[in-house]
Design a protein around this ligand. Structure first.
Ligand SMILES: Cc1cc2nc3c(=O)[nH]c(=O)nc-3n(C[C@H](O)[C@H](O)[C@H](O)COP(=O)(O)OP(=O)(O)OC[C@H]3O[C@@H](n4cnc5c(N)ncnc54)[C@H](O)[C@@H]3O)c2cc1C
Length: 430
């Protein structure tokens, strides 16, 4: 189940329907004329491309628990990105192949076929959809460098009109328009839920009860529910939206943060590092402020094999899912033991070290080893072996900055741990 999740199966079936309908109605007749082939394959990739883009839009639906069908929201977003990219490539191929099919007709007829008069509006709707796609997808694939996250999000809203125009382009020619109507309604519905309805219906109200300074650039914010408390598992994350007009930045902006509290804790605790303007402003959020919370999402520990001993490797602010896991171990009855390696640049940047060491004193199945890069250099197999001799036999969980992951995953694999036993989370969707 690691590579194929139930949600992906549902999407695959949904995606195959329009392609199957096209193939049943247009099974290629034996022809040696290349124009026939260009036209047929051009239409086929058009059907595939629009289907993939509609599925990518459907995957933007963000609902707690639904993401678990896809192995958690971070994985869902990776698939969304891949499917969107493949859809875009197919649409480019669609324009290219159909353009090629007109070449033999001579320049005038060819141009008239590709750019007809406005009465032939479905063709123009298609061109416009393609232009919008280029505008909103180019920053996603970083064709022109990395864009500011909030600006990228606003630009991504162009996906809705692009899809509507794509459907307007397709419907007059479709063999079974009903299929496109249904897929279109589901996909546009997902965008409308996410952008219009979810901010009002999908979030709950919380109050900042306390802001604990852990280091000069990290705080732990404790939130008190103003309604129903949230049920969550260790390792999950939420979207936090401050409703604090006086905040220096990021008011009413949603940002994902991992829950650092144990599921039994009546408070929701988030460890927030100053990494940009919104997270910087949160360092000063006054107690009593109102924030909205959406979630929980993710399944970092759902891949948890309760009977197997575990190796946790947390670095930087990527320690937060392990803080939740360690806090949860204080009221956990399972037999499995955990060894946490807390990797940080230096002692000053080990945000939760004291508390984690205290948990290790109280809970015999929890061990911790601190590693400071500035003093000990990069982590080695010998270091892991010295502090946790059976590390190869454990289920491994990793969370931390990209450099740490890039170093550790190959190191663990070289040490003989299979990819199936390594689970990682990155704090970046792009
Ligand atoms: C699953 C997940 C869990 C996270 N858990 C924690 C945590 O426990 N503690 C913590 O300090 N940080 C966590 N982060 C990172 C946190 O979301 C970003 O630091 C924060 O959003 C930065 O916003 P900013 O405006 O301060 O900085 P910016 O300068 O705007 O952004 C810095 C980078 O953060 C990312 N980012 C910004 N906004 C968002 C967003 N709305 N959604 C996704 N990524 C965004 C982008 O990659 C961006 O390049 C987590 C991120 C993810 C994806």
């Amino acid at each position: 189940m690691r590579w194929f999740k139930p949600g992906e199966g549902i999407l695959l079936v949904l995606g195959l329907i329009p392609v199957a309908i096209f193939l049943l109605n247009h099974w290629p007749s034996p022809s040696t004329d290349p124009v026939v082939w260009f036209r047929w394959s051009g239409r086929l990739v058009g059907v595939v491309g629009l289907t993939l883009l509609l599925l990518a839009a459907l995957m933007s639906l963000r609902l707690p628990k639904l993401d678990l069908m896809f192995g958690g929201l971070p994985r869902l977003w990776r698939i969304h990105r891949l499917v969107g990219f493949m859809g875009f490539v197919n649409i480019l191929l669609h324009a290219w192949l159909l353009g090629f099919a007109t070449v033999t007709q001579g320049r005038t007829l060819s141009l008239a076929g590709l750019f007809p008069d406005v009465a032939n509006w479905p063709i123009w709707a298609g061109w416009l959809a393609l232009a919008l796609m280029v505008v909103f997808l180019a920053p996603t694939f970083q064709f022109f460098g990395r864009l500011n996250y909030q600006r990228w999000k606003r630009l991504h809203l162009l996906s809705a009109p692009a899809l509507v125009l794509g459907l307007i382009h397709t419907l007059p020619l479709a063999d079974q328009p009903l299929v496109w109507w249904v897929l279109g309604a589901l996909s546009i519905g997902a965008i409308v839920w996410r952008k219009v309805l979810s901010p009002h219906l999908g979030r709950s109200a919380w109050e900042v009860a306390e802001v604990r300074q852990l280091k000069h650039d990290v705080v732990e914010i404790c939130l008190k529910p103003l309604g129903e408390p949230m049920r969550y598992m260790a390792g999950q994350f939420v979207y936090l939206t401050p409703q604090v007009p006086g905040l220096s930045a990021g008011n009413r902006e949603e940002h994902p943060y991992t829950i650092a509290s144990a599921p039994s804790d009546p408070m929701l605790r988030l460890g927030i590092k100053d990494l940009g303007d919104a997270s910087h402003a949160l360092q000063q959020v006054p107690p009593g402020s109102r924030v909205d919370v959406e979630g929980p999402y993710g399944d970092f520990y759902l891949r948890h094999y309760p009977k197997r001993d575990q190796l946790w490797l947390g670095g930087g602010i990527g320690i937060t899912p392990f803080v939740s896991g360690a806090r949860a171990m204080l009221d956990d009855q399972t037999d499995a033991s955990v060894h946490l390696f807390y990797l940080s640049q230096d002692e000053y940047r080990s945000y939760y070290l004291d508390e984690l060491q205290n948990i290790a004193v109280k809970q015999s199945r929890f061990d911790i080893t601190a590693h400071h890069f500035s003093v000990q250099g990069a982590v080695t197999v010998a270091f892991l072996e010295e502090h946790c001799p059976d590390f190869r036999d454990r289920e491994v969980y990793l969370c931390g900055p990209p450099g740490m992951m890039k170093h550790l995953i190959p190191l663990l694999k070289r040490a003989g741990i299979t990819g199936n036993a390594i689970h990682s989370e990155v704090f970046d969707f792009l």
